[in-house]
Write a protein that binds this ligand. Sequence first.
Ligand code: 2P0
Length: 334
Amino acid sequence: MKASAIANANIALVKYWGKRNKELMLPQTGSVSMTTDGLQSHTTVEFDLKYPEDILVVNGKEYNKGDEEYDDYVGKFLSVVREITGNQTRCKIVSNNNFPTAAGLASSAAGFAALATAVNEALGMGLDKEQLSMLARRGSGSATRSIHSGFVEWHKGEEDDGSDCMAKQLFTPEHWPEFRMVIAVTTKNDKKIKSRAGMAKTVENCPYYSVWRDEIVPRDIVTIKKAIAERDFRTLGETAELNCLKMHATAMTTNPPIIYWNAGTIDIMHAVMDWRDEGMQCYFTIDGGPQVKILCLEKDALEIANRVKQFPNVEDIIITKPGKGAMVTDEHIF
Ligand code: 2P0
């Protein structure tokens, strides 16, 4: 009852920001993302009677019952698995990320997509990709999308029990191999407000939330799916950048306000707009943290990375492209 899996983080082009059911992790809206290449979570899980309690080790740090990271995330997820399978055996989970955890680089997406894939294998649950995306969802909403490769849509679903709330692949990575994201890491520190808490507060009291939910996101999903289908970079970039700003506008106008940006974030946003005015094809998107993801094409990626390198408040730069979905691997961490 031991298995390992690898999953990549995904970056949303139309954002998920708010749940309609916290326990079942059902979103208020659909969303569209790109699964990255090389922003990886590698996870090994072993269910065995030798473990009296679950043990979780993430990037070398151990978490147990009573720790927020265990109780609110992996502990809840394992309760769901135990409810589905009836198997109460405790387990050890070891997970390593090769990118900054909890700083707006979707570490929970890669982590839970890998964990769900490993658990499915270890316990012989026999779930297909779409069922697996629903299981990953119970760990973290954005993990729903990291199960699939390339460009992905998470359907919000209509059912109260979440049975139609899953991610489906829109296009494989080969559909648009020239697509790139240049990620400017402006801090490797943990963010103060986790996305989960930030989005809950936003749904609770942002005065503009219903416009985001009922008008902006449904319209942007239609536009961006067409833009990806036609490889229309300009429409994709314009839609993704504005969608990101509208998401952050809802967070910023929540009480108390939620501002994920730092000075470096804003410097790079201005630079991307300036470079665009000069004719460079580039747009930005930002998640629940201060990192800026610059959308571009292969021909401009290195030049953009070199320009971003000049900023004193950029700590790291990662270039990524459409990548693979979650998969089982023979390589066990322990
Ligand atoms: C997204 N984010 O679509 C959006 C954009 C952050 C900003 O999904 O509570 O860690 O585990 O479902 O998935 C981050 O939220 O939150 C996220 P939970 P999650 O990528």
